[in-house]
Structures are given as structure tokens and as C-alpha cells.
Design a protein around this ligand. Structure first.
Ligand code: BEZ
Length: 211
């Protein structure tokens, strides 16, 4: 069955470029991002792994671990790593799962047969510190992901987890956020000492609480 938002992220043990890991143990108390790459030695994936590695300190700041996956072997990943470092000017600095038998790819429904029978699509699973799946995005093999967008949604998810707020269209870190409808005006006054604007009973905005 497909993994859905709110599910506990399926656990697994797998070989990676940084040794064998048990996913839940490896996550520990951190948030995690599991993302699939259709195949080793392919151009778009090469650029993605370089760019996410360059941004690793931004994910560290957000207590978030990155882990990639491709349905090739760890040995193949290690050989590909040299090309990534050479062409992107950055070595891969997080584990990449070797999944030649597609155990993890199947567990997370990363192969969409009507797109391609054997390669994974570009899945992104963001998993909270409670091990629950907070966000799923799926791109086709031909579209590289956007690191800035992944960081933006991670910021939104972490704000929601910590402060009972939602984020409006095109929101970026530092901008006003939305008080969730489940919170009464009275509770919102207590929770948001900077105050909030009540544009409609259901549309209330407040400065980002952690700024
Ligand atoms: C790529 O990563 O460049 C790629 C992989 C599979 C199909 C198309 C592109």
C-alpha cells in the first residue's frame, strides 16, 4: 500500500554508501528527507546530489538528515560519486541507499510503472522527529528538484509542528504566517504575544513566531 501523509515512515535496513543502516535508528530524534534518484550516472541526478550536498549545512541547522536512494548498487554509487565531485565541485556528504533489488523503492512506492518499469521517479519524503510522513512530492525523472523549495517546505512543516500555524501561498521564512482555524481568538492571543490581524474570522495572520 502507498505511503500516505501521517503514516509512520516504513522502517527498513539497507546498505548505503555510509554502511548498513536501520532507517529509524539512523533518524534518531532528527527529521529526515528520503529522496530517490532514477539511476546512477544520469545527468539530472548528478546535479541534484551535488546541490543537496552543498546545502547540507542548511539541513543540519534544521536538525534534518538527508538520505538518497537509487536502484543501483552501493559499489556503483561510490564510483558515480567521483563524477559528482568532479563535475559539481562537491562530494556527496550524506548516505545514498543501494537498492538493486528495489526493496526500499517498493516499500515507498517509488516506481511508477506507467512512467518507467524499472527506474524510480524523483520522490521526496519528509519525515518528522515523530517518524511520521509530513510531506510527499513526486517529480518525473526529467525534472530536477529545487533545494530552495525543499528547505522552504521544511521550514513550513517545522513551524506547524512547533507553533500551530500554517503558511500562506508563496510564504518564505520570515514572512507572516496563518493562525490555524482550530485555535480560538482567545487562545491565539495567549499563544501569539506579538498579536494577530483578523482579516476574516477564518483568516488571521501573525508574525512568524520564532523570529
Ligand atoms: C537524469 O537523472 O538525468 C535522468 C534519469 C532518468 C531519466 C531521465 C533523466
Amino acid at each position: 500500500m502507498a505511503v500516505r501523509l501521517g503514516d509512520i515512515a516504513p522502517d527498513f535496513t539497507a546498505d548505503t554508501t555510509e554502511g548498513t543502516i536501520n532507517f529509524h535508528e539512523w533518524l534518531g530524534d532528527s527529521w529526515g528527507i528520503l529522496f530517490s534518484h532514477p539511476k546512477d550516472f544520469t545527468p539530472v541526478c548528478t546535479t541534484e546530489l551535488g546541490a543537496f550536498s552543498k546545502a547540507k549545512s542548511e539541513f543540519d541547522k534544521r536538525n534534518t538528515k538527508l538520505i538518497g536512494l537509487s536502484v543501483d548498487s552501493v559499489e556503483s554509487h561510490r564510483s558515480w560519486d567521483k563524477d559528482i565531485e568532479e563535475t559539481q565541485g562537491q562530494a556527496v556528504n550524506f548516505p545514498v541507499i543501494g537498492d538493486p533489488d528495489r526493496k526500499v523503492a517498493d516499500l515507498y512506492d517509488m516506481i511508477h510503472p506507467n512512467a518507467n518499469d524499472t527506474l524510480t521517479v524523483r520522490s521526496v519524503f519528509i519525515i518528522g522527529a515523530d517518524k511520521k510522513v509530513k510531506l510527499i512530492i513526486t517529480y518525473p525523472a526529467s525534472t530536477g528538484r529545487n533545494v530552495t523549495e525543499v528547505l522552504r517546505v521544511l521550514d513550513s512543516l517545522q513551524l506547524t509542528a512547533d507553533y500551530q500555524v500554517a503558511t500562506p501561498v508563496n510564504w518564505k521564512d520570515g514572512e507572516d504566517v496563518i493562525v490555524v482555524p482550530a485555535l480560538s481568538d482567545e487562545d491565539a492571543e495567549k499563544k501569539f504575544p506579538k498579536g494577530f490581524k483578523r482579516l476574516k474570522p477564518y483568516l488571521r495572520v501573525t508574525p512568524q513566531p520564532n523570529k
